[in-house]
Design a protein around this ligand. Structure first.
Ligand SMILES: *Cc1c(COP(=O)(O)O)cnc(C)c1O
Length: 419
């Protein structure tokens, strides 16, 4: 459920008509609903209640906006981060350092050091050498890094290849059959408190079976590690729960997921960590756009909107679907292609789709754009960086400015030897 609904014929975010935001802020613009974010945060927390002791670290790469993070921090969420920049964001948004988990296959020495100095709660180590280097840096500072070893359970998550992360050929984690030996060597290092294991098999998952299979494998690993004499007090189960991008889609709910986790982790006697991203923010945001032209086409007309692949990359990157809806629908439908202004054929949001009839100047939204939307935006084609707005009841605030093409141009230099 979300708070983007038609009221008196106009699409609103909570109590604010999207026409008002378009008029004040311009388009394209991302619009987030605070009430939806809070609701999703609560639904996820309630869903995993049956598992017992747990910690939720929001995967902030899915939506790193500071205001979004603040809403989730107020809900008691920590952060799963994948870069030094994301550590800074989590702290700037008011998250506690001990609630931050640092994942990622390419953490640099500088980032490991920054994370230690910040006092983050958990490092998810992705390869043996990373663990050795982390232990050295920590020991040299007289510190002990709290860590888990990320394993690759070799299961097919059944999602898009570009967001699959748990098959043996993927770059993430150590192979699960090598994990006991690597764990054994790393656990001996001063500077490291290796206390558990972590996994994350992919994103936009619609089937709980691969997750359950992966968790069962990790449960066996935990038992094996304990039999070797290692103390295991936490297991990080990652994120990945899917969201409906079409109204007809019906992914497992956080409650379904929580019941599965409770069943498969029964008797583990460890704190369980969760790293949801998409399921928290996906349906809490839309990308508001304006139709520039309706261009006649050979087969279908092209609705050319002022949002493009640089603002919302998912359709170009993953062939992803985003529902398209007019802000003031007139009840009529049309079959059209939807594309942005960028000079690539990949800058196409939909082909031959039945949509609300729109004309030049009309406003429309791409739905379910709160996750992996603004965070992936670029300035390709020298377009401005897309702004973000958060709605709270009848009120709204700009939570990220539009960054003008001129501002970006001003950061470039012509060297003296070219003048
Ligand atoms: C991206 C990512 C997540 C979040 O995935 P969602 O599908 O958005 O829930 C969680 N953990 C790790 C390690 C990730 O890389």
């Amino acid at each position: 459920m979300d708070h983007f609904q038609l009221k008196n014929g106009t699409l609103h975010a909570e109590g604010v008509p999207l026409t008002r935001i378009a008029e004040d802020v311009g388009t394209p613009v991302y619009v987030y609903s605070r009430a939806t974010l809070e609701r999703h945060a609560q639904v996820f927390r309630d869903g995993i209640a049956p598992v017992g002791k747990s910690h939720i670290a929001f995967a902030i790469k899915s939506n790193p906006n500071r205001a979004v993070l603040r809403v989730l921090a107020k809900q008691g969420y920590g952060a799963d981060v994948v870069s030094g920049g994301e550590i800074s964001r989590a702290i700037a948004a008011g998250m506690r350092p001990e609630d931050v988990v640092f994942s990622g296959v390419g953490k640099t020495r500088a980032e490991l050091e920054q994370a230690l100095d910040t006092g983050i709660g958990q490092f998810n180590i992705e390869l043996e050498e990373e663990g050795v280097v982390l232990a050295q840096i920590a020991a040299s500072k007289g510190m002990t890094a709290s860590a888990t070893l990320r394993v690759n359970p070799d299961v097919d998550a059944g999602t898009h290849a570009k967001i699959s992360t748990g098959k043996k050929e993927n770059k993430f984690g150590v192979a699960i059959d090598q994990a006991p030996a690597i764990f054994d060597r790393l656990a001996k290092l001063p500077g490291l408190n290796l206390r558990g294991v972590a996994l994350h098999i992919g994103s936009q998952l619609f089937d709980l079976d691969p997750l359950e299979a992966a968790y069962a494998r990790v449960g066996q690993l935990v038992a094996d590690l304990r039999a070797m004499g290692h103390g295991i007090d936490r297991v990080d189960l990652g994120g990945g729960l899917g969201v409906p991008y079409k109204t007809s889609e019906n992914p497992p709910s956080p409650a379904d997921y929580g019941q599965m986790v409770a069943r498969v982790t029964k008797g583990w006697d460890a704190m369980l960590m969760f790293e949801p991203g998409r399921v928290i923010v996906g349906n809490a945001g839309v990308l508001l756009t304006k139709v520039i032209w309706v261009k006649p086409g050979v087969i279908n007309p092209y609705v050319i909107v002022d949002a493009a692949m640089n603002d919302l990359a998912r359709p170009a990157m993953y062939d992803a679907w985003h529902d398209f809806a007019a802000v003031t629908p007139n009840g009529e439908k049309m079959v059209a292609n939807i594309a942005g202004p960028v000079c690539e054929s990949g800058d196409t949001f939909a082909m031959g789709r039945e949509i609300d009839r729109v004309s030049s100047g009309d406003l429309a939204v791409f739905r379910t754009a709160g996750a992996y939307g603004a965070t992936m935006a670029s300035t390709y084609n020298s377009r401005p960086l897309v702004p973000e707005v958060m709605v709270d009841g009848d009120d709204y605030a700009v939570v990220a400015d539009r960054i003008a093409a001129e501002t970006i141009l001003a950061a470039e230099r012509i060297p003296s030897w070219l003048e």
